[in-house]
Design a binder for this molecule. Sequence first.
Ligand code: FAD
Length: 347
Amino acid sequence: MSGIAVLVDHDRGVPSGGALEALTSARALAADMSADLDAVILGDGDLFDAHGADLVAICAAYGAAAVHCGRHQFLADYGPDAWGAALAEFVETAAPLAVVAAGTDRGAEAMAQLAARTNLPLVANCVNVSPKGSPADASTAPSAGGAWHVTRIQWGGSLLEDVTLTSTLPLLTIAQHSIEAEPREDGPLPAAVADFEPDLGPEVQQTLVRDRVTLAEGVTLSTAPVVVSGGRGVGSADGFAPLEELAELLGGRVGCSRAVTNNGWRSHADQVGQTGTRIAPEIYIACGISGAIQHWVGAMGSKNILAINIDPEANMVTKAGYAVIADLHEVVPAICDEIRRRRDRPS
Ligand SMILES: Cc1cc2nc3c(=O)[nH]c(=O)nc-3n(C[C@H](O)[C@H](O)[C@H](O)COP(=O)(O)OP(=O)(O)OC[C@H]3O[C@@H](n4cnc5c(N)ncnc54)[C@H](O)[C@@H]3O)c2cc1C
């Protein structure tokens, strides 16, 4: 019988934490169904020469009975089209019972590509998956277009939804941190290694990693004790200069809303929220941010919130412990001036 296939997403040979969680979750599903766990790793010859043995050992430690290594020059680094096309080819030949990946950026993107290429439904951010009916039914259910019971995270983690998925081949991503990554208790399995070479055309190189930028050292958005975030109300990329100054004075980092990244004013790495970074600073200063639910779920772990907004009814204002109802372009420089004045004042 075919197994539960897991796409092991990795960054140049290092599997993501989410991939290990996905392997753990899929191992439980495979056990429920008396099926094997099959790992799928994509890369080129150089990647497998350098990291193949380690990757196979990790997959075996997490219970993979077989590791399928998709090799192609276009898989030298991550590319959503190339990964999606390679996965689609694997699915067609291996006919797994289900395909699982981590709910990481790479996992979610590759699975969306797979879903589009196979015209199959994808259920994202699952926390629990089981075939409906008895485990004995499960092995026959998928080929009959069987039903699956899935619990998934919705609304950025604010609700859990139970759904019934009817599909000949369920495509699932596992919500990050919904399960602890745990290697197999009884030690690694002697995993069989099988190479396959997907037939990839140059069109899969549409989206490529061309450059890697090292993020500035020091505090990161997710660990900063102070985050000064700007939203659409900031008005422009240049409008962030006073927020940068305030963040520097407070030893913090600048964040932003998606309206800002959508406008190209700042990079996605600075985005706070459901599709950005979840933060938990001592102080969150939200400037010109309305506080939409998708932003709030990323900011709600903050210990204290100061909202600066012209609208007293804005969600962020009503949820914040402190608020200044005024133009941020006046308030933020005034706070910076006051901090400097107090620091310069002889004690
Ligand atoms: C699937 C999905 C995922 C999403 N993920 C995210 C996410 O991760 N993060 C995120 O942020 N959003 C996310 N969004 C978008 C979210 O729904 C909102 O559209 C976005 O957060 C709004 O950004 P904003 O608050 O900057 O803009 P707006 O909602 O336009 O609010 C601007 C605010 O600025 C105030 N303002 C204007 N001028 C000034 C001024 N001079 N001084 C002070 N205040 C001023 C206004 O009163 C208003 O409250 C997501 C949406 C979807 C559908």
